[in-house]
Design a protein around this ligand. Structure first.
Ligand code: NAP
Length: 303
């Protein structure tokens, strides 16, 4: 039997509509809208396209959006001053610095300069600590893990008491999603195992998973025989494995993307599964919008 597809593209639309409605309601009641500033340094094409998508989404849901495009040779001092300006701007609820930054700028120093209460990416050490404590302490869960948890919940998958296996231990996906799934509370309460390159028997761990979350960045790493029949499989991996002609723009080549799971075989065994593309990918920017709205709600004391 074929697994149910958990489509990030559809869940994104649901959440963005919810955010739009809430923004409208807050505007009517408090005469305020969430403010997001996106800071882009230089002209890296991938960064420019990510920022463009973030701006487009922010405007779609009714946010105030400020775009700060800075030259590639901006000094670290000037960039820090720009962040300080928005830290002190009451109309701004979220500050986003698009990574990577040029080599002459200390990325860590810049990210740590963002006011933790405006750190809607959730990467500031204060927010990492809040996430670890869990419960009411959590302000801004990092966007990709938050998107993963939201997909699991909206797909109606039971997490309480479930065996969750997370493949990968990065600071942006593996560690935070593992931490979120083991917390006390709805959409969590799971028994969590994290596996990585030094794990002795990767297959044996994966086979135990009721919910298997894979964020390794290795195409087709997870074989169909590693999947427990009926399991929920969340494939975070995005791997460029080649190029093909674009359907929209004949003559232009576009990347062929593959996840970390052998999707065609896995979908015959899993109970539910995310596709790549169109699975976890669309959730990240969506959760960035959710965090920015939350930031305004915290400020208004209505969260
Ligand atoms: P990362 O920082 O490279 O971490 C990868 C993790 O996977 C590491 O912990 C590594 O283990 C583990 N790993 C790699 N190969 C493995 C193997 N053969 N067996 C077991 N574990 C293995 O990657 P990331 O930033 O977490 O991203 C992971 C994937 O998710 C990438 O494809 C990335 O493009 C994608 N991603 C997608 C989104 C999105 O869709 N929105 C967002 C973020 C990331 P060690 O620690 O032992 O090296």
């Amino acid at each position: 039997m074929s697994a149910t597809l958990i489509k990030g593209t559809e869940i994104r639309e649901e959440i963005l509509e919810e955010i739009t409605a809430e923004v409208k309601e807050i505007k009517e009641k408090y005469d305020k809208v969430p403010g997001l500033v996106t800071i882009l340094v230089g002209e890296n094409p991938a960064s420019m396209s990510y920022v463009t998508l973030k701006i487009k989404t922010a405007l779609r849901v009714g946010f105030k959006e400020i775009q700060e495009s800075q030259p590639v040779d901006i000094s670290e001092e000037d960039l820090l001053a720009l962040i300080e300006k928005y830290n002190n701007d009451d109309s701004i609820n979220g500050i986003l610095v698009q990574l990577p930054l040029p080599k002459h700028i200390d990325e860590k120093k810049v990210l740590n300069a963002i006011d933790p209460d405006k750190d809607v990416d959730g990467f500031h050490p204060v927010n990492v600590g809040r996430l670890m404590i869990g419960g009411d302490e959590v302000k801004f869960p990092p966007c990709t893990p938050a998107g993963i948890q939201e997909m699991i919940v909206r797909a109606g998958v039971e997490t309480s008491g479930a065996e969750v296996v997370v493949v990968g231990r990065s600071n942006i996906v593996g560690k935070p999603i593992a931490n979120m799934m083991l917390q006390k509370g709805p959409g969590a309460n799971a028994t969590v195992t994290i596996v990585h390159t030094r794990t002795k028997d990767l297959a044996a761990h994966c086979k135990r998973a009721d919910i298997l979350i894979v964020a390794a960045g290795v195409p087709d790493l997870v074989k169909p025989e590693w999947i427990q029949p009926g399991a929920c499989v969340i494939d975070v991996g995005v791997n460029r494995v080649g190029e093909k002609p674009s359907k929209k723009n004949p003559g232009k080549m576009v990347a062929i993307l593959k996840g970390d799971v052998d999707f065609d075989a896995a979908k015959e065994i899993a109970g539910s599964i995310t596709p790549v593309p169109g699975g976890v990918g669309p959730m990240t920017i969506t959760m960035l919008m959710k965090n920015t709205l939350k930031s305004l709600k915290f400020r208004l004391g209505i969260q």
